[in-house]
Write a protein of this length. Structure first.
Length: 314
């Protein structure tokens, strides 16, 4: 079955895969129509990339269903990579990694190839940063998270000429640009990263690589051409496309942002919600099939949509 038809079964409005791009006047268009992705993508590569900062919950399960189902439905040669995003050394815990690997195995989500950890890829990120340094695109930043808050970085240190040093963060200059892309579920999107977030933090004051930087470098070097994740990360897409271009990736991956599982009208499920944690459900005697069924039903998907996924994975 073609991937578009399979995705339609999951209730997604697919326009095209958007893997082509054209660029003019600092504007990225990811809109080239691709009528048959299997004829143009020799091998689909996607990834499941949890952070070991807590236990898996039903929101992670929903993401895994999308990731593996899309990959398996796209035909032979498609790959799902497993990446542990433990770039935040203060919050990541080995016991959480052990637990999430156990839960994935119990749910029978099997990755293709060896597991990678961001904590072991510092040299890779440093080389990418060196390229940006050499072009004068980075600068030291002494601002704390408390000083900046949750809004746009105002460029406080942009022109201070601070040299990189312990205790300082490193930021990337994001010049004004419009990034346009077609989300495979949500359709045409347009974002202006310099207005949304300002200059991007690459490494924080404690020496941790940031999510935005590490994930873009990893997706590029691991040849990921389809990123499947929740809607809460939609706003990160434009800045990641711009960053990818700056480090040398000419064509960005395609993106699909799926719905979130919510515990109420304004709050998504979190790792602290014990009633939706995979380990808690396992301890109550739930089967893997029941957990997967619960995740899909909460998302408003049909159980029939994942029958082939379950039969091919088990």
């Amino acid at each position: 079955m073609e991937i578009q038809a399979r995705l339609r079964e999951l209730g997604l409005g697919i326009r095209d895969w958007g893997l082509g791009s054209e660029r003019a006047a600092r504007v990225t268009h990811v809109t080239d129509p691709i009528p048959n992705p299997q004829s143009l993508i020799p091998r689909l590569v996607t990834r499941f990339a949890p952070a070991p900062t807590g236990y898996l919950h039903l929101g992670h399960v929903l993401n895994a269903i999308y990731v593996w189902d899309i990959a398996r439905a796209s035909g032979p040669g498609a790959r799902v990579l497993l990446r542990i995003e433990d770039h935040d050394r203060a919050r990541s815990r080995p016991e959480f990694e052990v637990a999430l690997l156990e839960d994935l195995a119990w749910l029978r989500f099997a990755a293709d190839g060896e597991l990678t950890r961001q904590s072991e890829r510092g040299a890779v990120y440093e080389r990418a940063l060196d390229e940006l340094r050499a072009r004068g695109l980075t600068y030291g930043c002494e601002c704390s998270r408390t000083e900046i808050g949750s809004g746009r970085y105002p460029g406080t240190c942009r022109d201070k000429s601070l040299r990189e040093a312990p205790g300082l963060g490193i930021r990337l200059r994001l010049e004004p640009a419009v990034e346009r892309f077609d989300d495979l579920r949500l359709g045409r999107q347009e974002q202006q990263p310099s207005e949304q977030c300002g200059d991007l933090l690459v490494r924080d004051r404690h020496g941790n690589w940031t999510y935005q930087f590490a994930v873009v470098v990893d997706d590029w070097l691991q040849h990921v051409n389809l990123v499947v994740r929740g809607e809460d990360l939609l706003d990160s897409t434009g800045r990641q496309i711009q960053l990818a271009r700056l480090i040398g990736r000419e064509h960005p991956p395609a993106f699909l942002h799926h719905e979130l599982l919510m515990k109420n009208a304004t709050q998504k499920l979190s790792k602290s919600d014990r009633d939706t944690g995979v380990r808690d459900l396992r301890s109550k005697g739930w089967s893997a099939e029941a957990v997967i069924d619960r995740a899909t039903s909460l998302a408003g998907l049909s159980r029939d949509c994942i029958t082939k996924f379950l039969s091919s994975s088990h």
